[in-house]
Design a protein around this ligand. Structure first.
Ligand code: PRP
Length: 212
């Protein structure tokens, strides 16, 4: 498969923007990519193979070399510190990591608890603030935690802010801006450098001329 580039694509909300970006970069991608439930889709005319993965897993596939490149959120890259190179900020799926909680509440002095899908990011953030917290790892619907008394604060992604608002929560601190990045496996980058350089150049052209 030396002449085929395997791309790990995130399923879900990032997918649409990522596919649009690739199409704008001139790749003719079949509608099957958007519509099918297949998890591996070959596009031989573009010498591409797509693997459709959960956003949290994209960097894992790339680190292990079963995908040459991938599109991964900076949130996941910060959390997992995978052995991959980050080649390009794709400037899509813009959001940010923030600390949030119930309005007008102080963190519990004795054993403050923070619920999150990002335990490493949260731990590092509160350590830098000089606060010792207990991290509670959840896998989704993080906003539930302060509502039902599981935690004092959450660390989570804010995109439109709707989830916080509709659940009566407020943002306390903004931790880091997040966009999707093009990542590459270091060995693939050596073996398939011209294919990858071409992909990067084409995407860079689109990203640098888009209005954001
Ligand atoms: C993410 C995030 C927030 C929400 C923020 O959850 O964890 O819950 O989106 O978006 P908003 O600011 O536009 O409301 P996601 O929908 O990915 O699902 P999850 O709860 O399973 O993490």
């Amino acid at each position: 498969m030396k002449n085929v580039l395997t791309i790990a694509m995130p399923k879900g909300r990032i997918f649409e923007e990522a596919a649009e970006l690739l199409r704008k970069a001139g790749y003719r991608l079949p509608p099957e990519l958007d519509e099918s439930r297949k998890l591996i889709i070959d596009v031989p005319e573009e010498e591409l193979r797509f693997i459709l993965a959960k956003p949290m897993d994209v960097a894992t596939y790339v680190e292990h070399g079963v995908a040459d490149v991938g599109i991964a959120g900076k949130d996941v890259l910060l959390e997992e510190e995978r052995d991959v190179y980050e080649l390009l900020d794709l400037k899509i799926s813009t959001c940010y990591l923030a600390v949030a909680g119930m309005p007008d509440t102080k963190m519990n002095d004795v054993a403050p608890r923070v619920a999150t899908k990002y335990p490493n990011v949260a731990e590092a953030y509160f350590r830098e603030q000089g606060e010792q917290v207990e991290i509670i790892k959840l896998n989704g619907s993080i906003e539930l935690a302060p509502l039902i008394g599981l935690s004092d604060r959450i660390v989570d992604i804010v995109s439109t802010g709707r989830t916080l608002k509709e659940n009566g929560l407020v943002e306390y601190e903004r931790i880091e801006d997040v966009t999707s990045r093009l990542i590459v496996n270091p060995v693939s980058y050596r073996l398939k450098d011209s294919l990858i350089d071409d992909l990067v150049a084409r995407l860079h052209q689109v990203v640098s001329t888009e209005e954001f």
